[in-house]
Design a binder for this molecule. Structure first.
Ligand SMILES: [Zn+2]
Ligand SMILES: [Zn+2]
Length: 255
């Protein structure tokens, strides 16, 4: 399995910065950078987008991805999320006002987009990938994903403050190789992190005590550029191997 990270580190690319993981070219988790950083051919290859929550930095480029590929695909682009997340995406973005409801538009005898709700405890099989989800803690309905195949597993939390279920789900992975988690604010802004449902390096340290995989590499995302150096300094306290990922990286998970 290979995982590409999107989301430039440049401060003026606000939502691309929040990231997107593209697995084996076909399955994306969140949409930051999908339309602005992939070639058109690469965009057409994206068959599934799984969303963590409906904040604009995570769903914004989905609007442009759909528009870019609508006449070039042989099948619908499938957008997956738990129903609470999907309801917000459909009500506030693909609502025929802010942007067309592409699930009602057909090209070449298939709808441009298919919205598919993930049920509780459902294990989703997409090609070689097995995907499970659990709730996270954020001001809007939000989830993280555990993604597994024969090469191992990785966890993607999306945006979250201190939380429980996603770490319990991580504990079910047979071979957790990597965690993609956020640390948006430095320790001195913990009040702001708490009210906005994000982590600081100190909070992340506490969260990682819930993780039963000491060898898993911690990939830190969603670092606000203005605090990058401060957060990087504070991340030195993490008990795991870690790195900040800002976009452009590709990780290979090998058995
Ligand atoms: Zn975000
Ligand atoms: Zn958010």
């Amino acid at each position: 399995m290979h995982v590409r990270v999107f989301g430039g580190s440049a401060a003026n690319r606000a939502w691309a910065r929040s990231g997107c993981l593209l697995v084996d070219d076909h399955v994306a988790f969140d949409s930051g950078g999908l339309a602005s950083e992939l070639s058109l051919l690469e965009q057409v290859s994206v068959d599934h987008v799984l969303l963590t929550h409906a904040h604009l930095d995570h769903i914004g480029e989905l609007a442009f991805l759909v528009d870019n590929v609508m006449t070039a695909r042989a099948a619908p682009l499938t957008v997956w999320a738990p129903s609470a997340v999907l309801d917000q995406v459909r009500r506030h973005l693909f609502n025929d006002q802010l942007w067309p409801d592409f699930s009602k538009i057909s090209v070449s005898h298939h709808p441009v987009v298919e919205f598919r709700a993930l049920e509780t405890e459902e294990s989703l099989v997409l090609g070689q990938l097995n995907v499970r989800w659990a709730r996270t803690s954020h001001p809007v309905p939000s989830v993280g994903y555990l993604v597994e195949n024969a090469s191992g597993a990785f966890l993607y939390t999306g945006d979250t403050g201190p939380t429980e279920a996603i770490w319990a789900l991580a504990g079910q992975a047979s071979s957790l190789r990597a965690v993609f988690v956020e640390a948006a604010f430095p320790n001195r802004l913990q009040d702001l992190a708490t009210v906005s449902g994000h982590l600081t390096p100190a909070l992340l340290c506490e969260e990682l005590k819930k993780l039963q995989a000491p060898e898993a590499i911690i990939n830190v995302m969603h670092v606000k550029p203005v605090y990058h150096d401060e957060i990087a300094g504070e991340l030195r306290a993490l008990p795991h191997p870690w790195r900040i990922v800002g976009g452009g990286e590709t990780f290979f998970l090998k058995p």
